[in-house]
Design a binder for this molecule. Structure first.
Ligand code: ADP
Ligand code: MG
Length: 324
């Protein structure tokens, strides 16, 4: 199977056909129509075997993660995903692998209504790069830089599950309950992107970021961009029952929830004025959230509290994953 047959067989057909795709896969570049008076959001993320996923991970889980990490970045900007392109480096044209990978890619493209419009296919170490593009009205862009002292800090969903799922795979965490184990593994292998939450927060949140590197690290990105500090009430962190009941103690649960990455929940800030509207909107869509603290004027300082008392968490400074 040569490169062209491979693209034709696995990626060129059987995908949704959006009206705003003028030219999709097959020419030298894709041509798309950006709606009038809207902005284009573009993001890229690469997943490398051995760095972002363990060798031997299912092709469908890799596809799932590759899509989710990108759409999560669009969600964090308040953008609605439209198009993706895929740069694939694979050691060999393994048909089973390609079938599983492309099936999941197409299934999730349908789910999120995004169209695969192009890419590149090369022989090399296993690595997947997706570029995702989306649309956002000019006054609706969410950024890291808009938070103010006094804004409430919220997070969607639960924190720490994906980190626990990874530790199960690495043999560092033992979870005997099979339901909880499957849940945690799934949160690590097949994260969802909070697309609906992102568009719901438009014009309501003062800042937003997706939690990919761990709560404290991503919070610090917002603090730095917004020139603020933060108080975090650790007892208010949303910790799933599956995580909470399967770790040794509260400290271990808090370590997962604050420092482990890959949850792809949204961390966002809201002014007191818009607080009720935000919560009503999220409730209407059935999106889970938790109020975990408040931005402060103590620039660069994270004040961790447990039951209103100062709390030292050793991980707090070196929290999160850094490549270099
Ligand atoms: P070129 O040599 O002009 O760069 P390619 O042979 O790399 O073109 O690709 C041919 C067509 O297939 C292009 O439209 C490209 O965007 C698309 N394509 C290549 N690889 C992929 C892929 N993995 N997924 C989706 N589309 C792809
Ligand atoms: Mg060409």
């Amino acid at each position: 199977m040569n490169e062209f047959n491979l693209i034709q067989r696995y990626f060129a057909s059987s995908n949704i056909a959006r009206k705003d795709v003028i030219i999709g896969i097959g020419d030298d570049a894709a041509i798309t129509q950006v709606p009038e008076n809207q902005l284009l959001a573009t993001t890229t993320d690469t997943l490398v075997e051995g760095v972002h996923f363990l060798a031997g991970t299912d092709a469908s889980a890799i596809a799932h993660k590759a899509i989710s990490v990108n759409l999560s970045d669009l969600a964090a900007m308040g953008a609605e995903p439209s198009w993706i392109s895929l740069s694939l480096s694979i050691p060999e044209a393994d048909e089973t692998w390609l079938q599983q990978f492309s099936d999941k890619l197409i299934e999730l493209s349908d789910y999120y209504s995004v169209q695969l419009i192009g890419g590149d296919t090369v022989k090399g170490p296993l690595s997947i790069t997706i570029t995702a593009q989306g649309i956002v009205p000019p006054n609706s862009v969410l950024t890291r830089s808009g938070a103010n002292a006094g804004d409430w800090i919220f997070v969607t969903g639960c924190l720490g599950d994906a980190g626990a799922g990874l530790d199960i795979l690495l043999g560092k965490l033992e979870v005997s309950d099979s339901g909880a184990r499957d849940y945690l593994l799934n949160r690590h292998l097949c994260p969802s992107a909070r697309v609906l939450a992102g568009t719901t927060l438009r014009r309501l949140a003062t800042s937003c970021i997706d939690v990919s590197d761990g709560l404290l690290q991503d919070l610090q990105h917002v603090m730095r961009a917004s020139n603020t500090g933060a108080i975090i009430h650790l007892d208010k962190l949303p910790i799933s029952e599956q995580l909470g009941t399967n770790v040794a103690d509260l400290k271990q649960a808090l370590t997962y929830a604050t420092a482990a990455g890959d949850d792809y929940e949204l961390l966002f800030t809201v002014s007191e004025e818009h607080r009720t509207s935000v919560l009503t909107a999220l409730d209407n869509y059935g999106i889970d959230y938790a109020n975990i603290g408040m931005m402060t004027g103590a620039v660069g300082k994270v004040d961790l509290r447990l039951d209103d008392k100062p709390y030292e968490l050793e991980v707090s400074n070196a929290a999160g994953y850094l490549h270099f």
